[in-house]
Design a protein around this ligand. Structure first.
Ligand code: 8WZ
Length: 148
């Protein structure tokens, strides 16, 4: 499996999302994250990616979910570890990768996000841990999903 991180910070009634400006998931608002490099733990990778992509420093990410993604025709599964923190340091900045923006929790732009977010984001916002297995055909079409 390819290990990826996906991390969110929230404050009061807002969640920080980033518009991916290039590469995988370009044009979609998402949390911050990416690959887990050799020699780092998954949560160290989440902290690194958050700082690289929007400049925020998070010391204590909580694990909130696990998402497995299959793409029809591709044997490699993506194993996405989802993290959340309510505490962070620094000011978020736009980077080459991401344009950050604070969204109200009741105004999450699902139509400009990965289609699977409809399935699990409500559980994240309700602070319920989740596990999902989602099969994509291409980048836009979910052919199967199961969510716990
Ligand atoms: C297939 C897929 C991948 C990711 C991803 C890439 C890096 C971190 O997560 C997603 O993120 C969301 N919200 N849906 C996603 C679907």
């Amino acid at each position: 499996n390819k290990l990826l991180t996906l991390a969110f910070v929230t404050r009061k009634s807002e969640v920080l999302l980033g518009l991916k400006k290039k590469g995988f998931g370009m044009g979609r608002w998402n949390g911050f994250g990416g690959k887990v490099e050799k020699g780092e733990t998954i949560s160290e990778a989440a902290k690194r990616e958050m700082q690289e992509e929007c400049g925020l420093i998070v010391d204590d990410f909580k694990k909130v979910g696990l998402l497995m993604f299959e793409f029809v025709g591709d044997p490699q599964l993506l194993e996405v570890h989802v993290f959340h923190s309510e505490t962070f340091r620094g000011k978020c900045i736009e980077t080459e990768e991401m344009r950050p923006m604070w969204y109200p929790l009741d105004g999450v732009p699902f139509d400009q996000m990965w289609p699977d977010d409809y399935l699990w984001f409500p559980h994240f916002l309700a602070r319920n841990p989740f596990f999902g297995y989602i099969t994509f055909q291409g980048m836009d079409n979910i052919v199967q999903s199961c969510l716990k």
